[in-house]
Design a protein around this ligand. Structure first.
Ligand code: FES
Length: 233
């Protein structure tokens, strides 16, 4: 099987011919690295779709190396909108930056029991493995590199809708700029998520909740006529 890999620093695609079939892309890259080209660089961890460290783009679509089965002629590139360190390895610092911008973590919990049903509602969002495939697929980063983006906004919704969370209002305030209103709702983030999360739906929910709290889409504020006033907390 022939496979092409985009290398740095020259950005050219290098072809490798490998006599392996029906294996994961990670197995194939391990073979290339150990038998053909020790300079090939990529990152991985768990090898089982859990740690999120092996996301790449194959033929223009985000995939996890440890679960994707390559075909002859595939082209593998690093994920988009992240600084490439070498070959398929990118700087994962954006994970921290966007989670911080959106306050995408628990800032304190209320005591008390929570119904199983309520926890089930946020289970899917809790399954995010931070592979950043959704961010790589998101066209908004091409025009706004400060966009808080799909994975962080999904995590924000997870905490905003957690009945125990004490700081939901602060989180909603944090995603009004470079956040929920910057999303185009195109849905490109959905099919690439290995955990079957739909960030665009979570962003819609954040918009609805924000509207109820008195926020509104800034692009709809024509001369102040549709400004519903200050947020209501
Ligand atoms: Fe952990 Fe692929 S190596 S998700």
């Amino acid at each position: 099987m022939e496979i092409k890999i985009k290398r740095t620093p020259n950005e050219e695609k290098q072809s490798y011919n490998v006599d392996l079939e029906n294996v994961t892309l990670l197995t194939l890259l391990n073979h290339i690295k150990t038998k053909i080209d020790p300079t090939l660089t990529y990152s991985h961890g768990c090898r089982s779709g859990i740690c999120g460290s092996c996301a790449v783009r194959v033929n223009g679509r985000e995939e996890l190396m440890c679960t994707y089965k390559p075909s002859c002629g595939d082209t593998v590139e690093p994920i988009r909108y992240a600084r490439v360190i070498r070959d398929l390895v990118v700087d994962s610092g954006s994970i921290d930056i966007f989670n911080r911008a959106g306050l995408a973590w628990s800032e304190g919990s209320r005591e008390g029991n929570v119904e199983d049903e309520e926890m089930e509602r946020i289970q899917t969002q809790s399954d995010c493995i931070l592979c950043t495939s959704c961010a790589s697929a998101c066209p908004v980063y091409a025009v706004n590199p400060d966009f808080i983006g799909p994975f962080a906004l999904t995590r924000v919704w997870r905490y905003v809708s957690d009945p125990r969370e004490l700081s939901s209002h602060r989180k909603l305030a944090a995603v009004q700029t470079n956040g929920i209103w910057d999303c185009t709702l195109c849905g490109e983030c959905v099919p690439v998520c290995p955990q079957n999360i739909a960030p665009v739906q979570d962003i819609r929910m954040l918009r609805t909740k924000s509207g109820r709290m008195g926020y509104n889409d800034p692009t709809m504020n024509f001369g102040g006529g549709l400004d519903f006033g200050s947020p209501i907390f």
